[in-house]
Design a protein around this ligand. Structure first.
Ligand code: UDP
Length: 393
């Protein structure tokens, strides 16, 4: 058994209640940590829904935050817009005080924050507890979404920053923080090419002859689903058997968005064409049965789902937004179109469906690229090197 005295305790701070790409990536990292050198401790929101993942079963967990109710969230959104500094200070100080005590109790050697709110709370807590701090930054913020607050907090807490893409790293330009770009990785053993299980087509209501487009991700306005609906309605006359499988669910604070999307689909005459699959745990299988994977984001920090699609050998149509051009090689592993341009999106999807030979080749190239560049093992290796450099191990 490794000597516990020598192993460094890494405190992972994430405030999300629902699972998203950030939490998936964190689980991949934690489950690959070399436990002869590091002990992961997860500091999470009480009642978070993703803690039952089998990869986390043996991981030490500390409920460090209370979840925000929907009502508080709405009220805070208004306050955040009007008085961002005051709002942020109020919603940071008390949880940071509790977290700093949790860090001391759990004997954390290094604090690694994994979600936006956690950077602020964890940043202050790490300061109070005198612990080194890593921010794993996964968000791409607009000016009105707290970018200047993030930059201010960077000066205040002096974190070592991991950015998941060059686009995300760009938010720290001109600051003295040391930023390392470590693109997300996925479990390449789970996302492999192959046939989808028998019966999945039928379960989703797909006929053998249907042309299947899939989109995977949270149903939230910046993911661009509205534009994709427009694009699909553009191509239905050329492709009467096209079906769009929408995988993902709304966030708890904007439940009405799902109805808005469904209403728009009906208005566009797509009630039969769109399959609302909801949250799925069999994403690799759904990707395996699609002809084209589409991510129509307006502003995408990375787009983990894209590399998942590439790893099962699917060609990708995506918007050239944020970190996406760092993943998709336009014309080689997929097609990139400008964000918020449904017509361009429709043309690219049409081009993919029209030339199965070429799209198959793009899927093949995507698979090679995913395996070469986007494995989760590489992420764990790079992050551990960074810990060692910081802890002087
Ligand atoms: N995901 C899932 N089931 C769903 C929808 C999404 O397992 O129904 C996973 C998806 O496979 C990916 C992650 O959630 O690993 C979404 O990550 P991405 O970076 O694409 O999107 P975001 O975190 O911005 O929602």
């Amino acid at each position: 058994m490794p000597d516990d005295q020598k192993r460094k305790r890494i405190g992972y701070v994430d405030h999300a209640v629902d699972i998203g790409g950030g939490e998936n990536s964190l689980i991949e990292l934690i489950s690959r940590l070399d436990q002869s050198r590091f002990i992961p401790v997860l500091l999470h929101t009480a009642g978070a829904k993703w803690l039952d993942r089998p990869e986390l079963s043996d991981i030490e967990k500390v409920a460090a935050f209370q979840p925000m109710s929907l009502l508080e969230k709405k009220r805070d959104e208004v306050a955040a817009r009007r008085w961002p500094l005051i709002w942020n200070a109020l919603t940071t100080i008390q949880p940071a005080w509790l977290l700093h005590r949790a860090l001391r109790r759990a004997k954390i050697d290094l604090v690694h924050t994994n979600s936006l709110k956690a950077h602020f709370i964890g940043g202050l807590a790490a300061r109070l507890a005198h612990r080194p701090l890593v921010w794993h930054v996964r968000d791409l913020l607009g000016e009105d979404e707290g970018l200047s607050l993030l930059r201010r907090a960077t000066r205040m807490f002096t974190p070592r920053v991991i950015a998941i893409s060059e686009a995300v790293a760009g938010q720290f330009a001109g600051l003295s923080a040391k930023v390392t770009v470590i693109p997300n990785g996925i479990p390449l053993d789970k996302f492999t090419p192959g046939p989808a299980p028998r019966g999945l087509r039928a379960e989703l209501g797909l006929a053998e002859a249907d042309k299947v487009i899939a989109v995977v991700g949270r149903l939230t306005p910046w993911k661009g689903h509205m534009n994709l609906l427009e694009a699909v309605s553009d191509i239905t006359s050329s492709w009467p058997t096209v079906k769009l499988v929408v995988v993902g669910e709304v966030a708890f604070w904007e439940p009405e968005y799902e109805q808005q999307l469904k209403r728009r689909a009906t208005e566009l005459g797509l009630a039969e064409q769109v399959i609302w699959a909801g949250f799925r745990t069999d994403v690799p299988d759904i990707l395996r049965l699609c002809d084209v994977f589409v991510l129509p984001s307006v502003n995408e920090p990375f787009g983990r789902a894209i590399i998942e699609a590439m790893a099962v050998g699917r060609p990708v149509v995506a918007t050239a937004s944020g970190g996406v051009p760092e993943i998709v090689v336009d014309g080689e592993t997929g097609l990139l179109v400008p964000p918020e341009d449904p017509h361009a999106l429709a043309q690219a999807i049409d081009a993919m469906l029209s030339d199965p030979h070429k799209s198959k080749e793009m899927g093949r190239q995507g698979l090679v690229r995913a395996r070469e560049k986007f494995g989760a093992d590489r992420v764990a290796r790079q992050v551990q090197e960074l810990y060692e450099a910081m802890l002087g191990a």
